[in-house]
Design a protein around this ligand. Structure first.
Ligand code: IMP
Ligand code: MG
Length: 176
């Protein structure tokens, strides 16, 4: 099986859209300081490009989580592989994620984070696949709505590869 990648969203369009999303976030928070919480590893490029465009005081931190599915209709659970090293109590938290697919991971993570009593939690995702949604979550800031295709690049991987592509590509498999 050979893989090939075709450009779905160009580097230029990704960057232009992040300008717009950052402008909206700057407007909404109106100078209030925030904690940017990036979900490793897929969010790193979006996180850094977004952070550079924010004008309020920003703290940056990361979590690494994996959701597992127990094969039933229940949400399963989220495993925290790397936790925060700061308290989010009474802070405004903006979660930064690469893509929301079924919504399972963020649904469970946001539930866990609510218990730590932040002043607010919002979610910014570079990509959103709304047709795949199984878990009701509100995505406050969306870069692009995309169809049900497997995408790589700009942080997103297939078997840990392609994260370093500067654009969003769609991955195709062909026999040969
Ligand atoms: P969810 O819990 O189903 O929303 O899955 C979210 C996670 O699955 C994302 O954070 C990605 O790591 C991964 N994922 C979902 N769709 C894609 C894709 O098209 N390409 C690469 N990773 C994906
Ligand atoms: Mg992810």
């Amino acid at each position: 099986m050979a893989e090939s990648v075709s450009v779905l969203i160009s580097e230029e369009n990704v960057q232009k859209r992040i300008d717009e999303v950052a402008a909206q976030i700057n407007k909404d928070y109106n100078g209030e300081s925030i904690i940017l919480l990036g979900i490793l590893k897929g969010s790193v490029f979006f996180m850094t490009d977004l952070a550079k465009r924010l004008t309020m005081p920003v703290q940056m931190c990361f979590m690494d989580v994996s959701s597992y599915y127990d094969g039933t209709e229940s949400a399963g659970d989220v495993k925290i592989n790397l936790d925060l090293d700061i308290s989010i109590k009474n802070k405004h938290v903006l979660i930064v994620e690469d893509i929301i697919d079924t919504g399972r991971t963020l649904y469970m993570l946001m539930d866990r984070l609510e218990n730590r009593k932040p002043s607010s939690i919002k979610l910014a995702a570079l990509l959103n696949k709304p047709v795949r949604r199984d878990f009701e979550i509100n995505v406050d800031y969306v870069g692009f709505e995309i169809p049900n295709k497997f995408v790589v690049g700009y942080g997103l991987d297939y078997a840990q590869r392609y994260r370093n592509l500067p654009f969003i590509g769609s991955l195709k498999f062909s026999e040969d």
